[in-house]
Ligand binder design. Structure first.
Ligand code: DX5
Ligand code: ZN
Length: 217
């Protein structure tokens, strides 16, 4: 069964604690926090202060996805704020190895993220050092977009590398995930599914989390 990471990007910001409690109770393993800087992606979302505010209200794994240019400027702040996993986009830095080292040295799990247009080849040299790889299944920037099926091939490629090289990272998918699109990704080797609009734009978020889990039994 896949682990589920609801993205608070689609939550009700005024009643955020309530929404977080709903997905926590429903058994979501991670809480996905999308940080957007208005440069790497057009939107601006939220920063380390949100992570700090959320940390004391849940024991879920705080999974911070930095859609930020030169993320190495900020990774330490996010770890200090209470992030368990910090993800950096390979396209956003000239120094991906250093950025990942900084996350690990600060005491969190390190994740590398690739956009739909970025091949697995780009991150091969750092796969030995990461705890998680995030394969974007939409172009980053907004919730509610359509899952791109051509990204599934990259999940398979990463799963094969785990086997052949003995790597031990989680493979996360993010964008357009629902109880249908998750199936092919899970079969290809995805172990964590981010879901924003599918979970939070629903009457009952718990039912949606269960639907994702049921689809990957
Ligand atoms: C997109 C973000 C996602 C977003 C997913 O840039 O990285 O985490 O919240 O939203 P949905 O699940 O609605 O596609
Ligand atoms: Zn995300």
């Amino acid at each position: 069964m896949i682990k589920v990471a609801p993205s608070i990007l689609s939550a009700d910001y005024v009643n955020l604690q309530k929404d977080i409690e709903k997905v926590d109770k429903a058994g979501a393993e991670y809480l996905h926090i999308d940080v957007m800087d208005g440069m790497f992606v057009p939107a601006i979302s939220y920063g380390p202060g949100w992570v700090k505010a959320i940390r004391p209200i849940t024991n879920m794994v705080l999974d911070v996805h930095l859609m930020v240019e030169e993320p190495e400027r900020y990774v330490e702040q996010f770890v200090e704020a209470g992030a368990d996993i910090v993800g950096v986009q390979v396209e956003a830095t000239q120094h991906i190895h250093r950025a990942l080292q900084m996350i690990k040295n600060a005491g969190a799990k390190a994740e590398v993220v690739i956009n739909p247009g970025t091949p697995v080849e780009m991150i091969k040299p750092v796969l030995y050092m990461v705890d998680q790889v995030l394969v974007m299944t939409v172009n980053p920037g907004f919730g509610g977009q359509k899952f791109l099926p051509e990204t599934v091939e990259k999940i398979k490629e990463l799963a094969d590398l785990k086997k052949s090289e003995g790597f031990d990272f989680d493979i996360e998918i993010d964008g357009g995930v629902n109880n249908e699109t998750v199936k092919a990704a899970y079969e290809a080797g995805a172990t964590v599914a981010v879901a924003g609009s599918y979970v939070f734009n629903a009457e009952d978020p718990a039912e949606r989390i269960n639907a994702i889990k049921d689809a990957t039994k």
